[in-house]
Every structure is written in structure tokens, then in C-alpha cells.
Design a protein around this ligand. Structure first.
Ligand code: E4P
Length: 218
């Protein structure tokens, strides 16, 4: 499973990228606001840093303006994936931008039917939002499983980009189900390494090692 980082914070991306943990990046208007940066400037920096797809989202609501915005974003770098919303206008923009040769990420997906539409519109990625479904007492992970089944039934190549990830458990479950990509905030990715038995094991190994009085490097 690929890891995308869900942020427009360049230093957080850079830190994880140095560890080889970044297969791509996703941003959205709220993340651009949080970063407090100009969208074109920060997106260009991220694209230069990361080899994989970098999602940048359109904000128009009619297809013609979405296409115009999408083409403008795609000019920033070759690894831009234009993010469009799951609406009929978004799907129309998806078809046109995909025909242009752009990667398109269809966002705000909350049902398997919507995922089916995105695949038929030529999306490179579909972004089902797990956490926001959990927030309204539905099971976001069930949706990931449903889309995996539907896409495998028909051989759709659109990648399932599990989004709105809030916990390390979401990531483990996405990997079990077979999501192609999980996009998560840097803090959640950093927490993946944590386990109390690892900490306890380290403590006892280091305590015993100190008692040997030895040095590994002579
Ligand atoms: C990613 O593409 C989404 O924009 C993001 O994961 C949304 O996450 P949120 O529901 O925590 O805002």
C-alpha cells in the first residue's frame, strides 16, 4: 500500500520523505488555508520535493471553470493530480482532464456508486473519506471494502485512495482490505512506529547492554 501525506506543510513532508515514507501528497483548500501559503507556490515546492502524485484541488463548481482551474494546476508540474469533487460537473471535468492526459483524483466520495462513476469517468484516484463517515456513525472502512469489491469485479484501474484517515487503526485496516493508497496526516504516519512492547524491549536490552560494559564500535 502506498502512503500519501495529507498536508501542505512542506517541512513535515520533507521529514517523512527523507525516511522514504512518501509516495505522494494530497492537499485540499482547508490544508492550504492551514499552511497559510499561496497555493501555486506551495504546490510547486511540494512537487519538486516528492516524486509521486501531488493532489491539488479545484474550487470552481461548474465543469468549464473546473477544467480551466485543473489545466492551470496541471501546468505547475508533471506530477500534479487534479482533485475534483464528486458532482456531475466534477465528473465531466474528470473526463476532460483525463482525456488531456492529466491524473485526476475524485474527492468527497461517500458511496460505492460514486466510486463506480469516478472510475467510468477516467479517474486515476478515488478518495473515499473514512473519518467523515465514522463521524456520522457509519463505518468508513466498510466503504473501502465495498469499493475494492466493485473495482475488482470489473477490473477498474482507478486507485482507491483512502482519505480522511484519523488513526493508525484506519491505516492497518485499509492495508488489510487492499486499498491502493492511504493518505494520512503526518502525525498519524509518525505514530505507526509506536508500540509499548517495542519501548519495553528497548529499555531492557539497553539496561542489559550497559551491564556488559562493552562498546560495539572499538
Ligand atoms: C484528502 O484527500 C482529504 O482531503 C482529507 O483526507 C480529508 O480529511 P479530513 O476529513 O480529516 O478533513
Amino acid at each position: 500500500m502506498k502512503f500519501f501525506v495529507d498536508t501542505a506543510d512542506v517541512s513535515a513532508i520533507s521529514e517523512l520523505n527523507g525516511l522514504g515514507m512518501v509516495d505522494g501528497v494530497t492537499t485540499n483548500p482547508s490544508l492550504i488555508l492551514k499552511a497559510g501559503r499561496d497555493i501555486r507556490e506551495v504546490t510547486r515546492e511540494i512537487c519538486a520535493l516528492v516524486d509521486g502524485p501531488v493532489s491539488a484541488e479545484v474550487v470552481a463548481t461548474d465543469s468549464a471553470s473546473m477544467i480551466q482551474e485543473g489545466r492551470s494546476l496541471a501546468e505547475i508540474a508533471d506530477n500534479i493530480a487534479v482533485k475534483v469533487p464528486m458532482t456531475w460537473d466534477g465528473l465531466k471535468a474528470c473526463r476532460t482532464l483525463a482525456d488531456d492526459g492529466c491524473m485526476v483524483n475524485v474527492t468527497l466520495c461517500f458511496s460505492a456508486n460514486q466510486a463506480l462513476l469516478a472510475a467510468k469517468a477516467g479517474a486515476s484516484f478515488i478518495s473515499p473519506f473514512i473519518g467523515r463517515l465514522d463521524d456520522i456513525n457509519l463505518d468508513g472502512l466498510d466503504l473501502i471494502g465495498d469499493i475494492r469489491l466493485v473495482y475488482d469485479n470489473y477490473g477498474f484501474e482507478t486507485e482507491i485512495l483512502a482519505a480522511s484517515i484519523r488513526s493508525v487503526n484506519h491505516i492497518a485496516e485499509c492495508a488489510r482490505i487492499g486499498a491502493d493508497v492511504a493518505t494520512a496526516p503526518p502525525g498519524v504516519i509518525r505514530k505507526l512506529v509506536d508500540h509499548p512492547l517495542t519501548d519495553r524491549g528497548m529499555e531492557s536490552f539497553l539496561a542489559d547492554w550497559a551491564k556488559t560494559g562493552q562498546n560495539i564500535v572499538p
